[in-house]
Ligand binder design. Structure first.
Ligand code: SF4
Length: 455
């Protein structure tokens, strides 16, 4: 990687919207600018370089972005007297140079495959004539952001991308259009990165990709995700998570690798989207309700204490009350520990966006509320199982409400709250693994005293 010294001494701020892949890309942007000698600042107002990492999967992220970029127009001048506003990520990839039509103060637009060019683009914008600089984002432009330096948000957790893009073309999803087709990172590079992270003191990694279960298909001709889990498990890293998993690609070999690799956490996020086979077909998900239930049962058989979570879309065009009832019954039958629920929103450019739906908004909202209530009931029930148990938590920081209360996540990815013991500096516990005896199990968190020594 070539270091661009002309940016040395400038301040920067990176703002991220959307998914984990974006969080990871933001860490790479920070690492890259840090390598060029730029200094990170806490707010966009103080920064010479402001980078917005965007997401077009959810509507809110879109709306949020426009508001925040516009706010930059009235922000005071930065230390260098010239602020460069950059937009990266999925919206940049989707809308390209036309972003300038909506946001006149944008200097640089760079797509999902152009992160490595950012320092040069900023340089060009700073010395240019006020025109937006737009990075080539074609399929074969420079690729995997993981080969770039990274400035992680914290020292104990790391996102590790293993593949990017998606070949699935679910009918509501924009990802294959903005992130492109699946591309795998080299197997050995991933394992080496995790080994290095472990040596640096990272406790937990999350293997990232739009469809991790098909890792290997593009580069090696057949999926190698199960093998990768086992190899990563041998690096000594203490906790392994991964996301996202497509049910149609989750193989028996991967389930076996999860069950037999102690560092793989007993938690799986497996998006179902709907419990109706008719709707799943319209979504182009390529599994049926029965397939999903059978898969969930086989996972529970192999890993009995696993916490399954999911994504569900309510109000997909044409969803009937009967379809929705099927979703409720699937959610009950599988017994998810948690679920992200969304009301369907059109993503322009996708096949589903062309389908008109006469279902009134109030009907969809009422279905959404019923589903949310069921999900909360199931989450509450799932947490009661933890009462009286001692769970291990990786400590992430203090609660926003009370700085003596620390927050971490258990192996099943449940939020755990506990008070720092008398005489113990709460900050010293951050990044440590602690045991917490659960004596309170609420819907969205577990709580209890810390027992034993942190490690
Ligand atoms: S699997 Fe479907 S929902 Fe997930 S990224 Fe690919 S197209 Fe989108």
């Amino acid at each position: 990687m070539q270091v661009n010294n002309s940016l040395a001494g400038l301040t920067y701020h990176v703002k991220t919207f959307g998914c984990q892949m974006n969080l990871h890309d933001a860490e790479r942007v920070s690492g890259l600018l840090g390598t060029c000698g730029c200094l990170e600042v806490a707010t966009p107002e103080e920064a010479d370089i402001v980078v917005f990492m965007t997401c077009c999967v959810r509507e809110k992220a879109d709306t949020h972005l426009y508001g925040q970029v516009s706010a930059m127009v009235s922000a005071p001048e930065p230390p260098s007297g010239r602020r460069v506003v950059c937009i990266g990520g999925c919206i940049a990839q989707r809308d390209g140079a036309s972003i300038r039509e909506h946001m006149r103060n944008v200097d640089v637009v760079f797509g999902t495959r152009a992160i490595s060019s950012l320092p040069e683009l900023i340089d060009e914008a700073r010395s240019g004539n006020g025109k937006t600089v737009f990075a080539d984002t074609s399929e074969d432009s420079q690729g995997f952001s993981s080969d770039l330096p990274s400035r992680r948000e914290n020292a104990w957790h790391a996102w590790v991308p293993i593949m990017t893009g998606c070949n699935n073309f679910c009918s509501y999803c924009i990802v294959p259009y903005v992130r492109g087709r699946e591309r795998d990172r080299a197997f050995d590079d991933i394992v080496d990165e995790v080994r290095r992270l472990h040596a640096e003191g990272v406790r937990e990694v999350c293997l990232l990709g739009q469809n991790v279960n098909s890792f290997g298909r593009q580069r090696y001709g057949s999926p190698r995700f199960a093998e990768l889990l086992r190899a990563v498990g041998e690096t000594g890293i203490e906790r392994i998570r991964f996301t996202s998993s497509h049910p149609k690609d989750l193989s028996p070999a991967t389930i076996a690798a999860m069950a037999e690799t102690p560092a793989v956490m007993p938690q799986l996020h497996l998006a179902v989207q709907s419990g109706s086979t008719r709707v799943l077909k319209a979504m182009n998900r390529r599994y049926t309700r029965e397939d999903y239930i059978a898969l969930a049962n086989s996972i529970k058989e192999a890993i009995p204490d696993i916490a399954l979570s999911t994504d569900i879309i309510v109000g997909f065009p044409g969803e009937t009350e009967e379809d929705f009832e099927q979703t409720l019954s699937l959610v009950r039958e599988v017994g998810f520990a948690s679920a992200f629920t969304f009301i369907y929103s059109k993503r322009p450019g996708t096949p589903a966006a062309k389908i008109d739906d006469p279902t009134p908004r109030e009907v969809i909202q009422e279905r959404f509320d019923r589903l949310a209530a069921l999900v909360a009931d199931l989450a509450h029930d799932a947490n009661q199982v933890e009462l009286g148990r001692t769970v291990e938590a990786l400590v992430e920081g203090a609660s926003k409400r009370d700085e003596r209360v620390l927050v971490g996540h258990s192996p099943k990815n449940k939020t755990v709250h506990f008070e720092a013991p008398e005489g113990c500096d709460p900050h010293e516990l951050v990044g440590k693994l602690v045991d917490v005896r659960v004596d309170e199990a609420r819907t969205w968190y577990l709580r209890g005293p810390m027992v034993g020594e942190p490690r």
